[in-house]
Write a protein that binds this ligand. Structure first.
Ligand code: HEC
Length: 148
């Protein structure tokens, strides 16, 4: 699966363009979203993966206010409220399915929320065990962010 290595739609960079516009109306500095190659964050650290892969949209605290959030059509979900919005029970298998791109909710297939399964597969050179470890550690990390 060498080709998979070249998939590079993952991590998003926000570029705040600063224009020096001479006496025009106040220049709006709208963030634009740029796709950059996925980095290989350690699969055993949910926190590092979250900060590398998710925080740009969902925010480091998971509340949905990352730097790229304002460029999204659909606002990134506040991940700290997943349990609260699910009758107090953290929906771990749903979160795993969303990450893999297998969730059957309206949020799946949204163009704004990247599908991570194939990307994790590419950086893990197709080792299914490591992909699973990535997903499990992310799911556990997000569980730790839940509002009490
Ligand atoms: C490019 C921005 C972006 C990135 C990066 C991103 N997400 Fe999202 N995410 C979204 C948006 C937007 C939504 C809301 C989508 C919708 O409702 O259609 C969302 C929704 C979700 C949901 C909630 C789905 C539901 O059923 O309510 C989960 C869980 C989630 N993201 C997890 C993650 C994880 C874990 C990562 C990192 C591996 C991640 N996201 C990275 C934009 C992003």
């Amino acid at each position: 699966m060498r080709v998979m290595k070249f998939i590079s739609l993952a991590v998003i960079l926000v570029v705040i363009s600063t224009f020096a516009v001479a006496q025009a109306a106040p220049a709006q500095t709208a963030p634009t979203v740029k796709h950059v190659p996925i980095t290989n964050a350690p699969s055993n650290s949910g926190k590092e993966m979250f900060n590398s892969y998710c925080a740009v949209c969902h925010g480091k605290d998971g509340k949905g206010n990352g730097p790229a959030a304002s460029a999204m059509k659909t606002p990134p979900t506040d991940l700290t409220l997943l349990a609260k919005n699910n009758g107090g029970k953290y929906p771990s298998s749903h979160v795993a399915a969303v990450i893999k791109g297998q969730a059957t909710t309206p949020s799946h297939g949204s163009q704004d929320m990247p599908v991570w399964g194939p990307l994790f597969s590419s950086i893990s050179q197709g080792h299914e065990g490591q992909v699973q470890q990535r997903i499990t550690n992310l799911v556990t990390y997000i569980e730790g962010l839940q509002a009490k």
